[in-house]
Write a protein that binds this ligand. Structure first.
Ligand SMILES: [Zn+2]
Ligand SMILES: [Zn+2]
Length: 494
């Protein structure tokens, strides 16, 4: 998690630093971002601030007066994002940001086995940072994920697609009506963070501990964190959540997502905006900044950040796919400086398949993306399925030796017609059913299936996921039962 950010603590002033700023051509250079781009302190600040505003302005997604929740982990990138929002709100009326920010911090200390005292210390440090901004903030322990309602894994209907002129009209209206006076950061409430019960921490640890690989554990943690963020935003009335992913982080995420079989979800996972939850949109305004730029800026302008350990802190490079990809990208970047931006530019071009494929279709129970498991035969998913089926097929020798009771007669296919097929389950349709994947997996996308496969038990999943799974399975079972009485939709369309 943190290696990306830690990498750039080298000296700001290098020996080969050009003497003059390329922008103002007057002041002496203080920072080199890319080869040839040397900026003085003032121009660097201007460039950095402009980039944030430009990213929001270009995408025109955040409307004036809208409540936006900033997800701050304490790391350099999300803390830098927080300082950019502060900066934007303090600017003069013309350049001012016009949304209403709030902050959320998810305390993951329980997941990484930190002591209560350690967690309290981190929370206190961050509380001081947040208090100084004057924005309302929430400190949420990750344990709360265990109490979420099932609605969090449903994609709620979002606001209707805004027309092209809607953004400009909203800005004009806003300027006419209350100008700058209407925008205040809101009351800063000091709600004490909820008590974390030891039993909850244990359940959380058992859940993450059931993943046999660090790769699966990190995927699980990402999913749980995102569910909690979305739920927190929904219940506090925020319609956007800002994430602090830098371009370096997104390059790593892009490559590791491909390795994890999340190709179909790449646009959601790495794009500027992510609308998989419908009513709550995730946005990534820091995606144009490299970890290096952020580190320089934070150091030069004293942006505070607080170190928090992740699951892969102090683990070997090969401990997980995500960690290995990270160290690969960073090493590559050191020798070939345009690596990160090249990968990142790719992510900009990606689009999720829109329309019927994602709108009406079922969504993955865990990552809430459209299911990719109905894809064409050439997908990695179907290849995995085939090899799985082949490895489970018994040789004729084995099936002859199989004891009679392997399939009870009552499960035999022919019982429906009032007689047994005589195979007693061997080689008849019901034995084929027995080798199908367990039901819960049928509700997941390819990548999340792999994650669940790495878990020793599905039972330890939080209740909101299990009960939603039950609802969906019951629904599809019902659909199956009455299928013969339904008019075929597809036949109509054809
Ligand atoms: Zn300058
Ligand atoms: Zn999924």
């Amino acid at each position: 998690m943190c290696q990306v950010e830690e990498e750039y603590h080298g000296p700001l002033l290098r020996e080969e630093l050009p003497r003059q700023c390329v922008k103002c051509k007057e002041a002496s250079a203080a920072v080199v971002i890319r080869a040839g781009d040397a900026y003085c302190r003032g121009c660097f600040k201007e460039y950095f601030i402009h980039k944030f505003r430009a990213m929001l302005g270009k995408n025109r997604l955040i409307f004036p007066g809208e409540k936006v929740l900033l997800a701050v982990s304490g790391g350099p990138s999300s803390c830098s994002m927080l300082s950019q929002v502060q900066e934007g709100l303090s600017q003069n009326a013309h350049k001012k940001l016009r949304f209403l920010p709030g902050i959320v911090y998810i305390d993951e200390g329980g997941a990484v086995g930190q002591s209560v005292e350690h967690r309290q210390r981190t929370v206190e440090e961050l509380r001081a940072v947040f208090r100084a901004t004057g924005f309302p903030f929430l400190m949420v322990p990750l344990e709360q994920v265990l109490d979420l309602p099932s609605s969090v894994v449903l994609s709620a209907p979002g606001a209707p697609e805004q027309e092209a002129g809607a953004y400009k009209a909203a800005v004009d209206h806003f300027l006419l009506s209350d100008g700058s006076s209407g925008v205040t950061a809101g009351q800063q409430q000091e709600t004490p963070p909820p008590e974390v019960q030891e039993a909850h921490t244990h359940s959380l640890q058992r859940l993450l501990g059931s993943a046999r690989t660090l790769t699966a554990r990190e995927e699980l943690l990402n999913i749980l964190r995102q569910h909690l963020l979305v739920h927190t935003a929904r219940s506090a009335g925020y319609s956007k959540v800002m994430l602090g992913d830098s371009c370096t982080r997104l390059a790593v995420k892009l490559l590791s997502s491909i390795s994890l079989g999340r190709g179909a979800q790449l646009a959601h996972d790495t794009g500027f905006s992510d609308s998989r939850y419908g009513d709550t949109i995730l946005v990534r305004p820091m995606r144009d900044y490299s970890a290096k730029e952020i580190a320089y800026y934070n150091r030069m302008f004293s942006v505070p950040s607080v170190f928090t350990a992740g699951l892969d802190t102090k683990t070997a490079d090969k401990s997980s796919i995500q960690h290995l990809t990270e160290s690969f990208v960073i090493k590559l970047q050191a020798n070939f400086p345009s690596t990160v931006s090249t990968i990142y530019r790719t992510s900009e071009k990606l689009q999720s398949c829109k329309g019927s494929a994602s709108a009406g279709r079922d969504r993955c129970l865990l990552c809430v993306c459209a299911l990719d498991t109905a894809a064409e035969n050439a997908s990695a998913f179907s290849a995995t399925l085939i090899s799985e089926q082949l490895s489970q097929t018994k040789s004729p020798e084995e099936s002859r030796q199989a004891p009679e009771w392997t399939a009870p007669a009552s499960q035999c296919c022919s019982i429906v017609r009032g007689e047994l097929c005589g195979n007693r389950g061997r080689g008849c349709c019901s034995s084929a059913k027995a080798s199908e994947p367990p039901p819960l997996r049928s509700l997941l996308c390819y990548s999340c299936q792999l994650t669940i496969k790495d878990m020793s038990s599905e039972e330890v999943l939080p209740q909101y996921i299990l009960s939603e799974a039950e609802t969906r399975l019951r629904r599809s079972q019902l659909r199956e039962e009455i299928r013969d009485f339904l008019l075929e939709d597809e036949a109509d369309e054809g």
